[in-house]
Design a protein around this ligand. Structure first.
Ligand SMILES: NC(=O)c1ccc[n+]([C@@H]2O[C@H](COP(=O)([O-])OP(=O)(O)OC[C@H]3O[C@@H](n4cnc5c(N)ncnc54)[C@H](OP(=O)(O)O)[C@@H]3O)[C@@H](O)[C@H]2O)c1
Length: 259
């Protein structure tokens, strides 16, 4: 029988590393992908040293149009297919969209939207065949518009909408589908996005390890959405009580403080 693996994108840092540790600790064989192969190899060695089969490492840039092909070919060459897919890779860029680097911002769409969509659809038949799971990493940012990080917030709104719709389509075919919507998590994300240290979100912070644990439990319990941490859970609920104009104004003020 073909061996089944869990593919985790963005497994070279932050939440992705912790997701890999949680899936491995629960007995899943892994395939790890990101651009930084040295980090993936180090994680693969760490996980195999704890027992279990060594994860498959696939170095790949998700901004490349043929990334899905590259990953599918590597999995086929290893003779495995997916029972779980975790689309975790993603990044944002802080600053007014019209004044920020256009190519870099289109890259956000490539990674957060295009690659996530490609992999979700490309491997759907394997997830159905293996009655597996799809975990897409959105963000609490996906619940509102984000002036000052416009493309990132919009990309995460797409992830939430797309994943919930796939849940309705794949659920009856035996696939668990969950969208993970963290609030602030201290990782390399903030440095890559060039978010200033002026605004302290420490009170809302949840560790990457806690996010990963909650995400895994949520996927296995087939929850529609996982919002790690108490404070973040109430955000979508609170947003219902405010007019969109007010939310836009408040989001603008919040982002200005982060400069
Ligand atoms: N940290 C937060 O506050 C927060 C909050 C809500 C949601 N999230 C979401 O959580 C997910 C993980 O973020 P994180 O906080 O763990 O960030 P991180 O520490 O910066 O890790 C991002 C991961 O994505 C990978 N990645 C980025 N660009 C890529 C590309 N072009 N091709 C392939 N892989 C790429 C990176 O790998 P390489 O650089 O090695 O390619 C890295 O493994 C993202 O989707 C993010 O939007 C984060």
């Amino acid at each position: 029988m073909t061996e089944r693996v869990t593919l985790i994108t963005g497994a070279s840092a932050g939440i992705g590393i912790e997701l890999a540790r949680v899936f491995a600790a629960n007995g899943h064989r892994l395939a790890l992908t990101a651009r930084r192969a040295d980090r993936l190899e180090a994680l693969a060695s760490e996980l195999s040293a704890k027992g279990g089969t060594k994860p498959i490492v696939i170095a790949c840039d998700l901004e490349e149009a043929d990334a899905g092909e590259t990953i599918a070919a590597a999995l086929a060459a290893a003779g495995v297919e997916l029972d779980n897919l975790v689309n975790n890779a993603g990044f944002g860029v802080f600053g007014d969209a019209v004044e920020s680097d256009r190519v870099e911002q289109v890259g956000i769409v490539d990674v957060n939207v295009r690659a996530l969509t490609d992999l979700s659809l490309r491997f759907a038949d394997q997830l159905i065949r293996n009655k597996g799971g799809l975990l897409n990493v959105g963000s609490v940012a996906g619940f509102l518009p984000g002036p000052g990080m416009a493309v990132y917030y919009a990309s995460k709104a797409y992830v939430i909408s797309f994943t919930e719709a796939l849940r309705a389509e794949l659920g009856p075919r035996g696939v668990r589908v969950t969208v993970l919507c963290p609030g602030p998590v201290p990782t390399e994300f903030q440095a890559r996005a060039r978010i200033g240290s002026g605004h302290d979100t420490a009170v809302l912070n949840v560790s990457a390890a806690d996010v990963a644990r909650e995400a895994y439990r949520g996927l296995m319990a087939n929850k529609r959405a996982v919002l790690p941490g108490l404070a973040i859970k109430i955000v979508p609920f609170l947003l219902r009580f405010f007019p969109r104009d007010f939310i836009l104004f408040a989001a603008s003020r919040f982002q200005r403080q982060r400069r």
